[in-house]
Design a binder for this molecule. Structure first.
Ligand code: DC
Length: 221
């Protein structure tokens, strides 16, 4: 039987993590999990209920009363977070309000603790759905969530390339500012995990990046 593969893909904002992780998952038959979407979904929940990042009791209360689950796309490779039994709309979790405060909520230890258990559980969900493995993207996947990942990738791109990518997506998003907050927080900061392969994709096509990662994965078996 083929070994179940865990690939951790980390990197800063707008370094192409989602397209890359999705492409790698599709190519290798893995389940794709975007953990940035998890932080965005909870941020949307907090904002909707008027709870601020400094409001520890409000955050704890909402986390306790809002069950999170997983929706696995039929015939595809995406696994999405459900909050209170529903997958939050993309337009809600990728809007300016969430962009502006997601890094602040992502720095709250109780939020990270809730998502850590949830994210670690995704490996079993991928197995149960018959995937050959898991491609999980985020900021702390190779360092905290799956330090035992079979392959760790750290994506990088220069500031101009990243700003251009977000502009193309139609998103007003201060990517360097968000990276600064994400890299300097106390709990699980954005770092290049030990043992990760660094890929600077500023001058690479998406297909080239996916092929490079698939080639590294092929060497594992
Ligand atoms: O990948 P993204 O831009 O959608 O992530 C949104 C925010 O979530 C990002 O600013 C930091 C946070 N995040 C995190 O702290 N840890 C992760 N594993 C993924 C995202």
């Amino acid at each position: 039987m083929q070994k179940f593969l865990t690939i951790a893909i980390d990197g800063g904002a707008a370094t192409g993590k989602s397209s890359t992780a999705k492409g790698v998952a599709a190519k290798l038959g893995l389940m794709h999990v975007d953990t940035g979407a998890h932080y965005r979904a909870l941020t949307h929940l907090f904002l909707t209920h008027g709870v601020a990042p400094e409001d520890a009791p409000g955050i704890a209360r909402l986390l306790a009363q809002s069950p999170i689950g997983t929706f696995v796309e039929k015939g595809g490779c995406d696994a999405k977070i459900e909050v209170d039994g529903a997958v939050p709309a993309e337009s809600d979790i990728r809007g300016d309000a969430v962009n502006a405060s997601v890094s602040k909520f992502a720095a709250v230890p109780a939020v990270r603790a809730a998502l850590k258990d949830y994210q670690r559980g995704q490996r079993e969900i991928a197995r149960a759905h018959g995937y050959a493995g898991l491609a999980m993207e985020g900021r702390d996947i190779g360092s905290v969530i799956f330090p035992d990942a079979d392959l760790k990738i750290f994506l990088e791109a220069d500031a101009a390339t990243r700003a251009k990518r977000r502009e193309k997506d139609g998103q007003a998003d201060a990517v360097t500012e968000r990276d600064k907050l994400d890299s300097t927080r106390k709990t699980a900061p954005l770092v290049c995990p030990e043992g990760a392969v660094r890929i600077d994709n500023s001058h690479m096509t998406l297909a080239e990046v996916i092929d490079a990662i698939a080639a590294l994965a092929a060497k594992l078996s």
